[in-house]
Design a protein around this ligand. Structure first.
Ligand code: SF4
Length: 280
């Protein structure tokens, strides 16, 4: 049995919230550079260059990439041989988010009740997903999610007869409907299978995969590549002003499902696809 203190979890979460909001990971920088080199529209290229400049300034000056610093979504993979010592794990995570958003001067975007809508003033609570895995490792993935793109996300409960063509149509419908509202160029996370809630969770988790790296499952990889080129043929383009870079990456996760259903979730993320991973 390995012991991990709640203080170390809080400290890591705090640092990761700040890091995620000040700089994008290498995989996102790479797909951005690729988009700049392939964009055919002059206006689209200019938009991409301005977004790249914005990323550079944010990293150098240690300021947020975007005014919407997101709701903190936290994935925890906890080895079953790990014992957490100290505070309750959920409290330790929320304390890290609280400290990170206050000390990093990140916008506080969370309301305590969806109808009453009073700001909690420290961006808590986070949305936390727990997974118990083998061994004694502890992995944290933080992905602060902006709501311009979150609001454009969709779940489709398809019929099995809709098949792969129905899945393609659902993905394209979600992206077309999102248009410029999702702050393109976007990253498109897709979950196929499971149940209503499982496919949505898979779509969110798919966004935390390395952008520009396709699935190892052959038919999923082909689907990701096909959808990336179909989405980029929509001419929504950077900033919604036209061009061949509407999406930087399409990332699909799958899971077994029921004989009577074919759930598909499309979780759209803007070009500020923030994700930071730490394992200890
Ligand atoms: S959707 Fe993304 S780029 Fe647009 S405002 Fe929100 S965080 Fe910023």
């Amino acid at each position: 049995m390995r012991t991990i203190t709640s203080e170390s979890i809080t400290k890591n979460i705090k640092e990761m919230c700040i890091e995620a909001n000040y700089s994008l990971s290498k995989d996102m920088e790479d797909v951005f550079s690729h988009a700049v080199s392939t964009e055919e529209s002059n206006l689209g290229k200019k938009v991409l260059q301005q977004l790249q400049e914005n990323l550079k300034i944010a990293k150098e000056d240690q300021i947020p990439i975007c005014q919407d610093t997101g709701m903190a979504v936290v994935f925890l993979e906890i080895g079953q041989d790990v014992h957490i010592e100290g505070d309750f794990l959920e409290d330790a995570v929320n304390e890290g988010v609280r400290q990170g958003y206050i000390e990093g001067y990140l916008r506080k975007s969370v309301v305590a009740d969806p109808i009453v809508r009073e700001n909690t003033r420290d961006n808590t609570p986070a949305v936390i997903h727990f997974k118990i895995v083998k061994g004694d490792g502890f992995k944290i993935t933080i992905t602060p999610k902006g709501f311009g793109s979150e609001n454009m996300s969709r779940v489709f409960m398809l019929k099995p007869a809709d098949g792969i063509e129905g899945v393609k149509e659902a993905i394209l419908t979600a992206v077309k409907d999102a248009g410029p509202n999702a702050c393109p160029p976007m990253v498109v996370g897709v979950g196929i299978g499971g149940t209503f809630e499982k496919c949505a969770l898979m779509a969110k988790e798919a966004l935390t995969r390395e952008a520009g790296h396709f699935s190892e499952i052959p038919y999923v990889r082909e689907l990701e590549q096909e959808m990336l080129s179909k989405i980029n043929a929509l001419n929504i383009g950077p900033g919604g002003l036209g061009g061949v870079n509407t999406a930087l990456s399409v990332q699909i996760n799958t899971y077994p499902t029921h004989i009577a259903g074919l759930p598909v979730a499309v979780n759209i993320c803007c070009h500020v696809n923030r994700h930071v991973v730490r394992e200890f």
